[in-house]
Design a binder for this molecule. Structure first.
Ligand code: RIB
Ligand code: CA
Length: 317
């Protein structure tokens, strides 16, 4: 089996936890490391949450590094209304005894990319502050990044605002730097983000499992449903990891994309030029500073859901 060498950039976050659990356990993924950034909650809490998730996954010694404490220009905007005050459902999960890597996030990104004999896929599922800083601090290493498969953006509506998705809205300047970097980008955004989900019944089945990772996931799902009063709840960020290793389950299209970094109502929007080619030819008002981005527009929801459940719970049926 061809393994994908992967680095996650997270703001753990309940749905980041779904992604970390999956990436730590799936046999097709060689999880090189995880970098943490200010986003859903503060970066110190993100680190603590991420270490707890690795414990639940029964993961080996995966390096986890602390990154940016706030966006490049703006202020932090936490999503405690979704993820709880501690960023992971306020479940009182015991602290991990794992140690944080002494390197900063951008140093860990540099060292993992430089040290990998295989192409490296970076999967950011948080504000892109760390990734922007890394690309700008180590341009020669940036050229060696195979691709970025990110959770973020939207070719349709927003969630943080009418126009913008939370990860891009939290740090639009960082997102613009990443989009314009020249690294190939696949954008798993709000067009599909909500579709792979888990129900209360799924949570109950996971809680019955002998597998600690399944029990942990079941607890998170039940708490997420309780907090948001909705079922199914989205598996969220996990979808970006699945896109990276099982592209056959996803439908994509390439668009020119630019990030709105203005201070207006569309700040943080990923403007995707979806005009028909004949129209673009007639009206060649191309987006300035745009990037050619592979945007996920559809997916095989049952297959993507089953992929997650079977990976999280060895006994899933
Ligand atoms: O807009 C969804 C994104 O914002 C997800 O990454 C979620 O974890 C939050 O960070
Ligand atoms: Ca996230």
């Amino acid at each position: 089996m061809n393994k994908t060498s992967m680095i996650l950039d997270v703001d753990t976050g309940v749905d980041d936890a779904f992604a970390v659990l999956f990436a730590a356990r799936h046999p097709q993924i060689n999880l090189l490391g995880i970098t943490c950034v200010d986003g859903n909650t503060n970066v110190n809490q993100v680190v603590a949450n991420t270490l707890k998730v690795l414990d639940a996954a029964g993961a080996g010694d995966i390096p986890v590094a602390r990154g940016a404490v706030r966006p490049l220009l703006g202020k932090s905007e936490y999503a405690e209304y979704v993820h709880g005050a501690d960023g992971m459902g306020d479940l009182g999960i015991a602290p991990s005894s794992r140690k944080t890597d002494p390197r900063s996030a951008i140093e860990l990104l540099r060292d993992l990319v430089e040290g990998s004999k295989d192409p490296v896929t970076i999967v950011p599922m948080a504000p892109l502050t760390n990734i922007a800083l890394f690309l700008r601090a180590f341009p020669e290493t940036a050229k060696k990044v195979h691709r970025i498969v990110m959770m973020g953006g939207s070719a349709s509506a927003g969630n943080a605002t009418a126009a913008a998705e939370f990860n891009v809205w939290h740090d639009p300047e960082a997102a613009a730097i990443v989009f314009q970097s020249g690294v190939p980008i696949t954008m798993y955004g709000l067009d599909v983000f909500m579709r792979p989900g888990a129900t209360s019944e799924d949570a109950a089945q996971l809680l019955q499992s002998e597998d600690p990772a399944a029990q942990f996931a079941g607890t998170l799902i039940a708490a997420f449903i309780e907090r948001l009063h909705v079922s199914p709840i989205t598996l969220g960020d996990y979808g970006a990891v699945a896109t990276a290793i099982c592209p056959e389950l996803f439908t994509t299209e390439i668009f020119d994309v630019v990030v709105d970094t203005s201070q207006g109502p569309a700040r943080g929007q990923t403007i995707c030029d979806r005009r028909a080619p004949f129209l673009k030819a007639l009206e060649p008002n191309d987006l300035t500073d745009s990037a050619s981005v592979r945007v996920v527009l559809d997916l095989d929801v049952p297959a993507v859901q089953t992929l997650w459940f079977k990976t999280i719970d060895n006994g899933w049926s």
